[in-house]
Design a protein around this ligand. Structure first.
Ligand code: TRP
Length: 335
């Protein structure tokens, strides 16, 4: 039996934070060690261009995210780890798919519709400041996925619609040109709770409540000390429900540690002491990887070389497939 193919992309904007680590990076790295799947993980730098027009930020973020995955132990012998823009076949496939994608399908994209609605509410032209990158984004994402015949695509809830669109696009292509594409499925892990940020809302750069993954130890401690709690004094029993601190602690704790902290809350642990324990737990999990990360970031050439190796492996799949697809649509040698 052939292996199932698992594929996911990471948009290279911003620096990774604890929410990215718990919700995406850690589970993906664990999955990459399995032998019964072929995984493809890639840096979605073309997707980054949709959100970011600062070349320095795009490059720096690509470096930081690549270094993070490698430092945390992604097994690049098993998983194929590459940068989207190193695979020119993906751009080519994007065009082939663009030509058969209904504009009406793209009109229904949540991200696009939200942008239109913001404009309407602000009294602007509906398409004000909306560029074609945002509008066509799901087609690029479909190309990422269909190129490697992915079966399973681990994503957050917000990406489920994009997977449905990839299926519709694949079916339409298959209908016209023959059964070339595998229909992918979104895999949304509901066990991986979304990590709250320091203020209790979802940890997200847009809320400015993140705890960056690679802060130096002292700053990591400071950032954890800033998690919002209430004014209960030491000795007063505390609730674990609705406690961002408890949720963050729990994401790193084993069952026993979690139960102990729950008891400590009931016994009235001081917030400062609970935060200190949270810091120690998180720090012990990531301290070694932090060293590896710092070394890697200081040697970008090593990261570049790893990405180029990944690109070679990815193109071994992509190059013959794009030939097959070109042929299918009639882009063929003459004679
Ligand atoms: N759009 C995804 C996100 O913002 C990132 C992404 C790009 C992706 N291409 C992909 C995810 C292909 C899965 C498969 O999270």
């Amino acid at each position: 039996m052939s292996k199932r193919t698992v594929l996911t992309g990471i948009t290279t904007t911003g620096s990774p934070h604890l929410g990215n680590y718990v919700g995406a990076i850690k589970p993906a790295i664990e999955a990459s060690r399995k032998h019964d799947v072929q995984s493809f993980y890639f840096l979605a730098d073309y997707h980054a261009l949709i959100k970011c027009r600062d070349p320095q930020v795009v490059q720096q973020s690509t470096l930081e995210i690549a270094a993070s995955w490698l430092a945390l132990g992604l097994d690049t012998d098993e998983a194929i780890f590459y940068r989207q823009s190193d695979i020119p076949e993906i751009s080519e496939l994007t065009w082939l798919l663009t030509c058969i994608t209904a504009k009406g399908l793209m009109n229904r994209s949540h991200a696009y519709k939200a942008a239109v609605q913001d404009n309407v509410e602000a009294g602007e032209d509906p398409d004000s400041a909306i560029d074609m990158g945002l509008f066509s984004y799901p087609i690029l994402m479909a190309a990422d996925i269909l190129m490697f015949k992915a079966n399973d695509v681990p994503v957050g809830r917000d990406q489920v619609q994009h997977l449905e669109m990839a299926r519709v696009i694949a079916q339409r292509f298959n209908h016209h040109f023959g059964e070339h594409f595998v229909l992918p499925e979104a895999v949304v892990d509901d066990d991986v709770a979304t990590l709250p940020g320091r203020d209790g809302r979802k940890m997200s750069k847009s809320y400015n409540n993140t705890i960056p993954l690679w802060l130096p130890e002292k700053q990591l401690r400071k950032s954890i000390m800033k998690i919002v709690t209430n004014s209960l004094e030491p000795g007063e029993p505390k609730q674990t429900e609705e406690s961002a601190l408890f949720a963050i602690y729990s994401a790193f704790a084993n069952a026993e540690q979690r139960a102990e902290m729950k008891q400590a809350y009931a016994d009235g642990i001081a917030w400062g002491a609970a935060k200190q324990q949270c810091f120690e737990l998180i720090n012990s999990e990531i301290a070694d990887a932090r060293l590896a990360y710092e070394e890697l970031v200081a040697e970008p050439d090593r990261i570049e070389a790893r990405l180029q190796e990944g690109a070679v492996r990815a193109r071994e799949v992509a190059a013959p497939f794009i030939q097959q697809l070109r042929d299918a649509v009639g882009i063929r040698p003459l004679g």
